[in-house]
Write a protein that binds this ligand. Structure first.
Ligand code: SAM
Ligand code: SF4
Length: 440
């Protein structure tokens, strides 16, 4: 029997990465196909879905407090509250015990069943959190996309790397790749519908493989770059160990693959990288960035850094600072280490004191701020191609977008340029954004 959710209004709150944002867009599309409609706020909904992230303790705490705030909404009418995503998968029954307001928990491998699970749900709590090795194709045409110009396209899910600090292999399961046919069909469909940018998603996209088609990630990139109408192709996340010279050359050979790469370093110390089970040394990482810059001198590199991993000495930390100076990243995401359940690192003592972690994070971010400011200044006086994603908060005639290097560009324009590519003359900058005027 097809799922029927007619008359229901739903609200989704999303925490975490692009993968979660994309999952929420898929789930919204599935529920709409089953007859439900979106609600503008939790108060106006019949079903509240909380799509969760478990990567850091801080993200989990935020979700707990959000769920706490939903609790009173249970009392004023018969609403269903459900938890999706990584916390759902990891905490399972334990969540029901801690948060009685929750009615159902559905892990990432069961979103395709969500509408029918909800339409059949009568009484009692519902839990669906197992893993399979199969890829569940969720109709991309039905996805309720936030943007009309830029689209996420998942190509793989899960991770086999087991970095010592990371919960993802436990929350998202082992790696599984989407068959290439489905990916290409989705991108073709997006191009036909006027999308100009695609962002390929996966925990470690570089290890993508379609055994039947005999293609790897470089092969997939080549095929996508031939699809007419898609002007910018990005992908996230890359792993330094699996980023081959073939992938780097494919980027360099195809101008519609953006000169931008997020390549998480985590630490600039080889000893720390070994403890983290990252599978590369400091030198190997730096060699890859040299190769990338040699092939694409204007490439914008970004990274993730963890400070205060167990055993990190002042000398290890200095090596991270030095790596930041050597590479000159366009942007970084930096975190204090926090132990996560089931990970290898959670079994060793979290021995870097909190105040030292805090201090290292400040020093790291201050250094990066200077690096970014110096880098951003080099764009002043230049004209950049920008994908305008919407109006800026500053009001009428002000817009916001991203450059090919994925930098935020705020600019003025006398014409409405939302959802368009536009050339922008850069007239100024701060450490975190560029600003300018549209060249109409
Ligand atoms: N697969 C991607 C990768 O390899 O970078 C993304 C992993 S995770 C969603 C994003 C970032 O969170 C990681 O790159 C890492 O810097 C950070 N992270 C993961 N676990 C962490 C932990 N236990 N403590 C602090 N930061 C963590
Ligand atoms: Fe986590 Fe490492 Fe996999 Fe990234 S590569 S998801 S950090 S285990």
């Amino acid at each position: 029997m097809p799922a029927n959710l007619e008359g229901y209004r739903f609200f989704i709150k999303t925490f975490g990465c692009q993968m979660n944002e994309n999952d929420s867009e898929h789930v919204a599309g599935l529920l709409i196909r089953a007859g439900a409609a979106t609600a503008p706020s939790p108060e106006e909904s019949d079903i509240i879905l909380v799509n969760t992230c478990a990567v850091r303790k801080k993200s989990e705490d935020k979700i707990d407090s959000f769920l706490g705030r939903l609790s009173p909404l249970k009392k004023d009418r018969d609403r269903l509250i459900g938890v999706l995503g990584c916390v759902a998968q990891l905490r399972r029954e334990d969540l029901f015990k801690k948060r009685p307001e929750i009615d159902f928990i559905v892990g990432p491998d069961h979103y395709h069943e969500l509408a029918s699970l909800l339409s059949q749900k009568r009484e009692g709590k519902l839990l669906k959190t197992s893993w399979s090795r199969a890829w569940h194709e969720i109709g991309s045409a039905e996805t309720l996309r936030e943007s009309r110009i830029s689209a996420y396209v998942p190509i793989m899910e899960g991770c086999d790397k087991f970095c010592a600090y990371c919960v993802v292999p436990f929350s998202r399961g082992r790696e599984k790749c989407r068959p290439m046919g489905g990916i290409l069909a989705e991108v073709l469909d997006l191009a036909k519908n006027g999308y100009k940018e695609v962002q390929l998603l996966g925990q470690n996209v570089n290890s993508y493989r379609d055994a039947k088609a005999g293609e790897d990630f470089a092969g997939l990139l080549k095929m996508i770059s031939r699809i007419e109408g898609i002007e910018w192709i990005r992908f996230i996340t890359s792993h330094p160990k699996d980023l081959s010279s073939e992938i780097a050359r494919t980027m360099a050979d195809n101008p519609n693959i953006c000169r931008q790469l997020h390549l998480p370093l985590q630490s600039g110390s080889t000893a720390m990288l070994a403890m983290m089970n990252r599978g590369y040394t400091r030198e190997e990482y730096l060699d890859k960035t040299t190769l990338l810059k040699g092939l694409m001198p204007d490439i914008a590199l970004s990274t993730d850094i963890i400070v205060g991993f167990p055993g990190e000495t002042e000398a290890d930390f200095e090596e991270t600072l030095d790596a930041l100076k050597k590479v000159g990243f366009a942007n970084i995401f930096s975190f204090r280490y926090s132990p996560r359940p089931r990970t290898a690192a959670s079994k060793i003592r979290d021995d870097v004191p909190l105040d030292v972690k805090r201090e290292r994070l400040i020093v790291l971010q201050e250094l990066q701020k200077d690096i970014q400011l110096a880098r951003n200044r080099t764009f002043i006086g230049k004209v950049l191609k920008v994908l305008c994603l919407g109006e800026s908060k500053k009001g009428a005639g002000r817009y916001s977008g991203r450059s090919e290097g994925f930098q935020v560009v705020n600019f003025s324009s006398t014409r409405d340029v939302r959802n368009c590519f536009i050339n922008v003359l850069i007239t100024g900058c701060g450490p975190y954004s560029l600003h300018g005027e549209a060249n109409l």
